[in-house]
Design a protein around this ligand. Structure first.
Ligand SMILES: Nc1ncnc2c1ncn2[C@@H]1O[C@H](COP(=O)(O)OP(=O)(O)OP(=O)(O)O)[C@@H](O)[C@H]1O
Ligand SMILES: [Mg+2]
Length: 455
C-alpha cells in the first residue's frame, strides 16, 4: 500500500509542486496550509511521514513538530527550512525531527531524505516489535480453571492470523482479551484500531470504515482514511458487533471477504491486510434466529470463538483481582495500599456480579476512597454487595410496605433469595427444602428476577 505523506506549508505553490512530484513517485499526498490544519489532518489519516515548513504564521513548524511528536511519536517528520532558519532546523532535529531539507528544495535531496526517513521508520517498527514480545502490559488476572482456559486459547490463537469472536457479558474483560491477542501477535508493532459498532450512526458507517475521498459529499473538505485503512497490517477490533445494523453488516461482510474496498466517493481500489477480532455481549445465534444478524457474517467472524466467563462462574478469582486493583490504585495515587479483610472478601464472593469484573473494579475503587481504615471490613461493604445487610434491608422494607400484598411479596423475595443461596442456586433442592413445588418456585424466581442467584 502506498505510503502517506503530509506536506505542510503556508505557500500554496510549494504545496502544489510537492504534491505533483510526490504523487508521481507513488506516494499518497495530503496537503495542509498551516500547523493547526496539519494537526487535524494527522488525527484523521496518521501519515507515515510529515514534510513540515519551519516558518509559518500562527503556529510555526517547531511548535507543530512538538505537538506531533507528543501524540504520534512514530510519525517521522522532515523539516523544510528557508533562508535564515537553519539554526532552528538543527534545533528541531533535537526535538525529534528526523532531518531537515534546505529551501530552495532540490528534488533529489527531498526524495533521498524521504526514503531514508521511511527506512528508519521501518527499522524502528521492528525494534518495537521485539520489545513488545516480552512486554506483559495487558494482564489477565486469575487462576480459576475458566480463566486459565481463556489464557490458553489466547496463547494458541495470538500468533496466527485467525479471526476471533469474543463473547461474554458486560464487563467480563472482552476488550482486555482482544488487546492481549493483538499484543501477543506478529502485528503488535502496528496499531489495533477499535470500532464501536454500537456508537456509529447508520449513515456514517461507510465513511467511518472505508474513509472518503476529498469532495465525496458536502463537508468532505479533504480525504479521510477509514478504520480499515488505519488498521492495515494491524488488527481491527469490531466491538459490540451484535449492534451493527443489517445494512452495515452486509457492507462489512463484503470487505471482510475481499480485503479490498473503495473509499466513499472514490474509484481507486485499496487493498488492506487486516486481522479482525470481534466482540459481543449478545447471543449471536439467537440474533440470527430473530433475523437481526446475518449468519454468513457470523460464520466468517466466528473462526475461533472465545467465551469469557462471567465473574460469578469464577469467584475464586475475586481475591486476586481485588489485590490487583488495590495495587493499581496505590501506584496511581501514590498512597499506601489498603486491604480487604477475609470476611469482606467472603461476602463479595457470594454476590452475583451482574456487571462482572468492571463492577468489582469500581467497587474496589469506591471502597478505597470511602473507607478511612486501612483494612476494609465486612461492616464497610454496602448493600447490595453485603448480602446479610441487604437481606435485612429487604425485610425491613417489607415491614414498611403499605399493603399486605406488597409486604408479602417483599418478604417472599428475600426469603427465596436467601434459600437459593444456601443451595447454590439449585432449584430442585431449594424447592424440596422449603416445601413448595419445583415449578412453582421456578415461576417465583422468574417473577422476582432471581435467575442469577447462584450462592
Ligand atoms: N481478568 C482480568 N484481570 C484484570 N483486569 C480485568 C480482567 N478482566 C477485566 N478486567 C478489567 O475490567 C474492566 C472491564 O474489562 P473490559 O473493558 O475488557 O470488559 P468488556 O467485556 O469489554 O466490557 P463491555 O462489555 O462493557 O464492553 C477493565 O478495566 C479491565 O481492565
Ligand atoms: Mg468492551
Amino acid at each position: 500500500m502506498a505510503r502517506t505523506i503530509l506536506v505542510v506549508d503556508d505557500e500554496e505553490s510549494i504545496l502544489q509542486s510537492l504534491n505533483g512530484i510526490l504523487s508521481d513517485e507513488g506516494f499518497e499526498v495530503i496537503c495542509a496550509g498551516s500547523g493547526i490544519e496539519a494537526l487535524e489532518r494527522i488525527e484523521e489519516i496518521i501519515p507515515d511521514l510529515v514534510l513540515l515548513d519551519i516558518w509559518m504564521p500562527d503556529m510555526d513548524g517547531v511548535e507543530t513538530l512538538v505537538k506531533i511528536k507528543e501524540n504520534y511519536p512514530m510519525v517521522q517528520v522532515l523539516m523544510m527550512s528557508g533562508h535564515g532558519t537553519i539554526e532552528t532546523a538543527v534545533r528541531a532535529t533535537k526535538l525529534g525531527a528526523y532531518d531537515f531539507i534546505e529551501k530552495p528544495l532540490s528534488l533529489e535531496k527531498v526524495l533521498l531524505s524521504i526514503n531514508n526517513a521511511l527506512e528508519f521508520y521501518r527499522l524502528e517498527e521492528e525494534v518495537n516489535l521485539l520489545k513488545a514480545k516480552d512486554r506483559d502490559k495487558y494482564r489477565i488476572t486469575g487462576t480459576s480453571r475458566a480463566i486459565r482456559e481463556v489464557r490458553e486459547q489466547i496463547k494458541i490463537v495470538a500468533p496466527t492470523n485467525a479471526w476471533v469472536l469474543i463473547s461474554g457479558e458486560n464487563g467480563t474483560g472482552k476488550e482486555l482479551v482482544a488487546r492481549t491477542i493483538h499484543g501477543m501477535s506478529k502485528r503488535s508493532h502496528k496499531p489495533m484500531i477499535e470500532v464501536n459498532c454500537a456508537a456509529i450512526p447508520e449513515e456514517l458507517i461507510e465513511s467511518e470504515l472505508f474513509g472518503h475521498e476529498k469532495g465525496a459529499f458536502t463537508g468532505a473538505a479533504s480525504m479521510k482514511k477509514g478504520k480499515f485503512d488505519l488498521a492495515h497490517e494491524g488488527t481491527l477490533f469490531l466491538d459490540e458487533i451484535g449492534d451493527m445494523s443489517l445494512k452495515a453488516q452486509s457492507k462489512t461482510l463484503r470487505i471482510l471477504q475481499e480485503q479490498r474496498f473503495e473509499r466513499v466517493g472514490g474509484s481507486r481500489t485499496i487493498h488492506v491486510d487486516v486481522r479482525v477480532i470481534a466482540a459481543t455481549n449478545k447471543d449471536l445465534e439467537a440474533e440470527i434466529e430473530k433475523g437481526t444478524f446475518r449468519d454468513d457474517l457470523y460464520f466468517r467472524l466466528n473462526v475461533i470463538p472465545i467465551r469469557v466467563p462471567p465473574l460469578r462462574e469464577r469467584v475464586e478469582d475475586i481475591p486476586e483481582l481485588i489485590n490487583e486493583f488495590l495495587l493499581e490504585i496505590s501506584v496511581s495515587t501514590n498512597l499506601d495500599q489498603k486491604e480487604f479483610s477475609e470476611e469482606s472478601i467472603e461476602l463479595l464472593k457470594r454476590y452475583h456480579w451482574p456487571g462482572n469484573v468492571r463492577e468489582l473494579k469500581n467497587l474496589v475503587e469506591r471502597m478505597v476512597i470511602m473507607t478511612p481504615d486501612t483494612v476494609i471490613g465486612a461492616k464497610h461493604i454496602p448493600p447490595p454487595y453485603n448480602l446479610e445487610s441487604s437481606l435485612k434491608d429487604d425485610l425491613e422494607s417489607s415491614l414498611m410496605a403499605g399493603s399486605y400484598k406488597e409486604a408479602k411479596a417483599r418478604f417472599e423475595k428475600a426469603f427465596i433469595e436467601k434459600k437459593l443461596r444456601e443451595f447454590k442456586g439449585n432449584i430442585s433442592q431449594t424447592a424440596e427444602a422449603i416445601g413448595i413445588e419445583r415449578s412453582n418456585l421456578h415461576k417465583k424466581i422468574k417473577a422476582y428476577g432471581l435467575n442469577n442467584v447462584k450462592g
